[in-house]
Ligand binder design. Structure first.
Ligand code: AHG
Ligand code: MN
Ligand code: MN
Length: 320
């Protein structure tokens, strides 16, 4: 039988890979590890708990309906990050402005606390996406400059998927590792060591309801996937679609549409995070022309088109 390694043990063991002070990364990841378990607990009873299921009745900065679980997860991650002290500010999908902690922390976090929230009420996989950056500004509080760093500056990137099992997957730039939550003991255990994604795949994931709003090039690429009898798979939770394709090989696309010339997904807490992970796993992520990690952010909630997954497929999509 294989050895069991917990996420906590793994983080401690790999501390030397982290350029900055020993212990800081452990602290940082502990917040996500803990919050992930707590969100998981709520997700699992979402169908029962009236205070969790359904709409909050408010809208977020994108003008989208906030789900109760969105708000719950956002508050929880922020509370844990604030109390742990390494992070001085957070940019979240659910907060229009930067949330400051004023605690002298050396890191800033970007996050999508609940991704795929339209799937909560229908018992379909959802997730959490997070990135950690080293603060670059000086002075009392973090500034926009800290959040406008390109994706190449991420010191860690990860996601949690609340699926048929719950997993936490992360990278610090030294490969990608995945941990599955054993609910009987409440512990994430290493289940997917050194994850790599196939160079080529057989899955294309895109919301084809937007087909006639896509550019001719994108339509041609989709047509070509069909001609090759590839499998069309689209859950509508980025984390879940990405995770499946990472393991099996495939491409996830959220192209520009006539309505949304910059696509739908957000650069700081969706595209950049998953781009770092996919590159670390041997895959590729672009906005159709430029590497996602090289884009220079100008706004907290900036959107960008996204083509992400197996290298061969993303390269081909870019040429279409
Ligand atoms: P969120 O729930 O954080 O707002 O993200 C939803 C995103 C992403 O998870 C998913 O891939 C995409 O929206 C689905 O959009 P469509 O419904 O337009 O396909
Ligand atoms: Mn999202
Ligand atoms: Mn979200």
């Amino acid at each position: 039988m294989a050895n069991i390694k917990t996420l906590a043990e793994f983080i401690t063991e790999r501390q030397h890979e982290f350029t900055y002070a020993t212990g800081e990364l452990t602290q940082l990841l502990t917040s996500f590890r803990l919050a992930g378990k707590m969100v998981n607990r709520e997700v699992n009873k979402a169908g029962l708990a009236e205070d969790i299921l359904g709409a909050q009745g408010s809208e977020n900065v994108q003008g989208e309906q906030q789900q109760k679980l969105d708000v719950y997860a956002n508050d929880l991650f922020i509370r844990l990050l604030r109390s742990q002290g390494e992070v001085c500010a957070v940019a979240s999908e659910e907060n229009e402005e930067i949330v400051h902690f004023n605690n002298g922390g050396k890191y800033v976090v970007t996050m999508d606390p609940l991704d795929g929230s339209s799937n909560i009420d229908v018992n379909v996989s959802i997730g959490t996406i997070f990135s950690i950056y080293r603060r670059i500004s000086e002075g009392e509080t973090a500034t926009m400059e800290d959040f406008m760093q390109s994706g190449t500056a991420q010191v860690a990137a990860g996601y949690i998927i609340y699926g048929s099992s719950t997993m936490l997957v992360y990278t610090t730039g030294h490969g990608v590792n995945g941990f599955t939550l054993d609910p009987s003991i409440g512990t994430f255990c290493l289940s997917h060591a050194n994850m790599t994604t196939p160079e080529e795949g057989n899955i294309y994931s895109v919301n084809e309801g937007n087909y006639f709003d896509f550019s001719e090039g994108v339509r041609n690429y989709i047509d070509d996937c069909k001609r090759q009898n590839m499998s069309g798979r689209y859950i509508g939770s980025l984390v879940a679609d990405f995770h499946r394709n990472l393991l099996k090989g495939g491409i996830y696309m959220y192209p520009a549409t006539k309505k949304s010339p910059n696509g739908k997904l957000r650069l700081l807490y969706e595209a950049n995070t998953l781009a770092m992970i996919v590159e670390q796993a041997g895959g590729m992520a672009t906005d159709g022309t430029t590497r996602i990690l090289d884009l220079k952010p100008t706004e907290l909630h900036q959107r960008c088109p996204l083509y992400i997954g197996s290298k061969g497929m993303v390269e081909k999509a870019m040429k279409s």
